[in-house]
Design a protein around this ligand. Sequence first.
Ligand SMILES: Cc1ncc(COP(=O)(O)O)c(C=O)c1O
Length: 477
Amino acid sequence: MTTLQTTPTTNTANPPTITTITTDTNPPQQPPPQTPKKKLINLLRGWPAPSLLPAAGLQAAATYVLSNPELAVPVLQYAPDPGYQPLREELARWLGGVYAYAGAWNSSGDRELKGGRGGGESGESGGGGSGSDGGNMTADEFAITGGASQALACVLQSFTDPGYTRAVWVVAPCYFLACAIFEDCGFHGRLRAVPEDEVGVDVGVLERRLRECEEEPWENHPSKHPSPDRKLYRHVIYLVATCANPSGKTMPLFRRQQLVHLARKHDALIISDDVYDLLQWPVSPTPPSPTTPSAPPSPLPPIPPLPLLSQIDAALPPSPHEPQGHTPHPRFGHAISNGSFSKLVGPGVRTGWIHASPGFAAGFAATGTNRSGGAASQFAAAIVWRFLSGVDAGVVAERARVEEELVVGPGAIFEVAGDEAAVKFPRNLRLSFSWVDEEDIVEGVARLGRVVRSVLEDGGKGGVGERSGKSDTGAFK
Ligand SMILES: Cc1ncc(COP(=O)(O)O)c(C=O)c1O
């Protein structure tokens, strides 16, 4: 290949000379120096780090489920409409414990550690009362979902109608991928942004805009005819109440109560996207000084969870917007919690739950896709159930004794004689530290670790004997 090059000159008497260059014979030209490509740092992606994914635990749980035909057959079949029942029960037990004291917050936001049903007061204070507050969550308040995104679409299918539901109020800044779910369900152009203040959704702005919206001319033209087991809401309020994505704000109790009251007044359904609710950890307000030797930080007290908006709503009497007379359940309520295992186990498990009134959960279960195909994620739900239930304390105690010459107290021996079923401790062990020397404590805990690991590897099964129960108490004295 040849090219022509001109040598520029300003002297017109000497026109530019033209030289013929044969590039093939020329030494190769150096490419222009390039700055090295920077490694991409993605501070947008909210996925868990690969090292956090619990593959081994899920494998053990799957082995356990699939190797027992009594479990394997139903989990490989169509699911019941509300979802895998053992997982619903496990959620009620687990979250009932997590939120056991949630009903004990008083209306000013101070906490009274009374436990249980939170002091039992009912009425508009929102502090406690009957229903699902305190540690008394029940399986019928849960429906199993395919994760928070799928659940959101199901809720909109069953409980909203673009010809009836006036607007979707979205707290801004918002989890941006939720917008498309609302738009797909007929709310394109009907999303309304509500700002946050210091502590979460600005209820003053929301109240004003709800009022203005109600004053605008509107004719109901619902295109859906929900059966008596569902209800249409006039408004939807969507937010992330705890560790909001992306602002990080957590709404304190008083703001949660204000929001619930507003929703009840305007016949709104609050969909609280609670995928981060269980991911809070304590932080020290003062970072360690760089001059301090790197001593391990002393543990901070755990953050007590605030009540779910669904709990606050459940503690109040039914609102005037509840359908009268012809529904199988006395109430649907005005707030639901949309939970997910995506951030707790791994997004690929595509399993979550909603917590709501039993009426709402039953209505959710009656969504067409649930009726036809059964609840989402039946197989994954069973694996998550097994993964969540952990190992049986009785099995661990028995194997510790036989395999490791180690005695620990299984939770069952601490249940109340004659009323064991009322409060159970299937996954608790007691380890005393007054009797043995320090080195034996260290060695004993190491042995216990080996047993727990080996029980987990066996999929949580016994292997030496039956669960240790009351009859064994002598051995644990
Ligand atoms: C606030 C929020 N909601 C929902 C989701 C998605 O939840 P799921 O995986 O359960 O569908 C995410 C994922 O990042 C999220 O941040």
